[in-house]
Write a protein that binds this ligand. Sequence first.
Ligand SMILES: C=C(O[C@@H]1C=C(C(=O)O)C=C[C@H]1O)C(=O)O
Length: 395
Amino acid sequence: MDAIVAERPSREISTQAEKPSFLFSSPHFAIEAYGVFERIRTPAVGGGGADSVLQAAVDAALARARRAGQDNPIVVGAIPFDSRQPSFLFAPKTHRISAPRMATSAPEAKASVPALWYRSVPGQSGFEEAVAQAVANFRDGHARKAVLSRILEIEFAERVDAVAILEILRRQNPAGYHFHAPLPDGGVLLGASPELLIRKIGGSIRSNPLAGSAKRVAEPEEDAHVGRCLLQSSKDNFEHRLVIDEIRRLLEPLCAELRIPDEPALMNTPTMWHLSTAISGELADGRLSALQLASLLHPTPAICGSPTAQARMLIERLEPFDRGFFAGIVGWCDESGDGEWAIAIRCGTVNEMVVRLFAGAGIVEASDPRAEWAETEAKLATMLRAFGVERGIVQ
Ligand SMILES: C=C(O[C@@H]1C=C(C(=O)O)C=C[C@H]1O)C(=O)O
């Protein structure tokens, strides 16, 4: 992939002292964007087809940016979980695309700023009750999977430096997708996601859905055993297969070639094991953009459920909050339609001193409410570690 990076002209940043408005890094690209040339609030819903209203708005913004003198304009930002809600995308004034730099290992973050208070929404009993209700719904045969999530709200004694936390996240979780994206309320969406929704470069696409999870443990042999058990778990393989079947259904008609391994593989982050399927393909029509493909696929059953419409209704009924940009997508695209969109998980929002961290778990008929709560606790550890409050909050 280095060759592709080298082919892209990188724009020099005239005002190096200016703070970036958007940061994103993947295993292939690192993007720094500065300033806002033009905002795009068009919702992504229905944006998967050739007549995509969102893509038309993006194309128009990119054309204006080029006319204004940018030689390689891009659009960056985030799209909410509910793609009927407005997107929060923008063409920056300037940006730089480069190869990702290797993160150097760093000492554990210290809790230099104490947390004043925290609370989970819902709390444990409310979450477990919601899981039990979803399971009852699956027994009635209305849906097969729904991803239920919760928020951990934390207030710190001082303003949180989101860029500094992003750097800690990058060092603690060198693989994957790191992002710092502005939000409509003035806050920041910040995270280290292991999950690629879609990358498109030329006519080639990649997607790497994850579903089915287990918490890692410190002792290496035991940890490997946890991974092997996950690989053999029929419950987790069922959760995973629903995601792959849906992505196959949507991508197959668009691809001249689509490669999907028969069985999932194991992948890990420093805190979690996941079932993972590395999908690759060649588009039949290379003009479809990364953003159109992302709009088509989002929300996948990895973060919504199956079938999508029933799962979405269950989420609306059982989750006591609007997800906003959590379990949405975050990324970038350019004039040629190339781009990358990661799923906004292992993330949170930062508004001055208040941080809201999110974690969800795929619920199926075989789910145990207590175990699903524990899974959200384990997933929260990615962000809590970066804030240096892991031991202070999660027992
Ligand atoms: C919803 C989250 O993760 C998603 C759900 C998973 C699962 O249910 O096993 C695994 C990876 C993600 O697709 C999250 O991390 O908050």
